[in-house]
Ligand binder design. Structure first.
Ligand code: RBZ
Ligand code: NIO
Length: 338
């Protein structure tokens, strides 16, 4: 299936015209669930997860056979403000590590049978420092959305998007502040592990970023363009493409959720094809998930990004779908019902 993305307006239009879940497939899945050899409700949230997956795949007895993990990488002009515990060079170095198979996400993708793709977005051309004005102009924003859009394999049956970009917890905090308000400190966390002093500075940078881009208001796509980054916009592009292709998604940590929050602000329900894989240890992630009404599957104290928490949660979803589609019914197994 080929869908072109040639303008930000076209992206906006796709967002307005999103497909919805298949209600008949959900009903058929629920019917099947009621016949499986277990007391009703005994698989807890796995049952809801399986029904959700069936609804998005339009199949009452699906299989997860082709999961895809995509890691997007981008650099951020705001790193000049001293807001990360690591230098910006780490972004390109980690891309080499992803390509060599040495990062955490490589191991998790492999452990759960997903293919993994890496897209580095113009790493030698960081976004503009958003404390001075918009991170990206319209053309740069479109290029990033398009990278994400085109990175999704139409044959995939589950998608995880992850990111690598030194400085991007500052971008995500600024996006959350612009969308949801409050104090900069409410949304600012330690990222790679900044000191107390740097955390204070980081919150000030977040406040200045939002003030410098006040024209965005709470317009989701403008917040993404002005306060996001190339890898964050690419994640959003991939999320919408997945929706158009009816590929269910698992959200990762704070940065991934902030990308999704911009879509949800632009179009209510834009993340209905996504579940929250985990709650990250980044301080504001629980609040961000709560704003989106997403209950995380896992709470492992992870704060890595790269798609790692979502990749781990693929195991939970695969388990849910395997039970749903593989279990015998009471009639098939000759087991007495209650
Ligand atoms: C070696 C290393 C590997 C990483 N993998 C993901 N991140 C994570 O940390 C960064 C965000 O934190 P901050 O905003 O504090 O820079 C992002 O690149 C994110 O993906 C990493 C960070 C480092 C140092
Ligand atoms: O929650 C995340 O995704 C996260 C937290 C800290 C650093 N990088 C990513």
């Amino acid at each position: 299936m080929h869908q072109e993305l040639n303008s930000v307006e076209a992206f906006s239009q796709y967002l307005q015209d999103l497909p919805e879940e298949d209600a008949a497939a959900r009903a058929a899945a629920q019917e099947r669930n009621g016949q499986l050899t277990k007391p009703p409700g005994a698989l807890g949230r796995l049952e809801d997860l399986a029904a959700w997956y069936c609804a998005w795949r339009g199949d009452a007895k699906p299989e997860i056979a082709k999961p895809q993990v995509i890691v997007f990488a981008g650099n951020h002009g705001v790193t000049a403000q001293g807001i990360s515990a690591f230098p910006a060079d780490v972004t390109v170095q980690m891309v080499a590590n992803f390509e060599a198979g040495g990062a955490a996400i490589n191991q998790l993708a492999k452990a759960f049978g997903a293919k993994m793709d890496v897209h580095a977005l113009e790493l030698d051309r960081p976004t503009a420092d958003f404390t001075q004005g918009p991170a990206m102009d319209e053309a740069e924003f479109l290029a990033a959305l398009k990278t994400g859009w085109e990175a999704v394999d139409p044959e995939a049956d589950l998608l995880v998007v992850g990111e690598m970009g030194i400085g991007n917890t500052t971008a995500a905090a600024a996006m959350a502040l612009a969308l949801f308000g409050g104090e900069a400190g409410d949304w600012t966390g330690r990222g790679t592990g900044v000191s107390d002093e740097a955390l204070q500075l980081k919150a000030e940078v977040v406040a200045r970023a939002v003030a410098a881009n006040a024209g965005c208001g709470t317009d989701g796509l403008e917040v993404l363009r002005c306060l996001g980054g190339r890898e964050i916009a690419a994640m959003a592009g991939a999320m919408v493409r997945a929706r158009v292709l009816r590929i269910p998604m698992i959200l990762d940590g704070f940065i991934c959720t902030a990308a999704g929050a911009c879509l949800e602000a632009a179009r209510k329900g834009a993340l209905d094809h996504a579940v929250a894989g985990h709650v990250s240890a980044e301080a504001a992630h629980p609040a961000l998930l709560a704003r989106l009404g997403k209950e995380p599957l896992l709470a492992m104290g992870m704060r890595l990004g790269e798609g790692s928490g979502a990749a781990l949660a693929m195991g939970v979803l695969k388990g849910a779908v395997a039970c749903h589609s593989g279990m015998a019914t009471f009639a098939e197994a000759g087991v007495s019902g209650g």
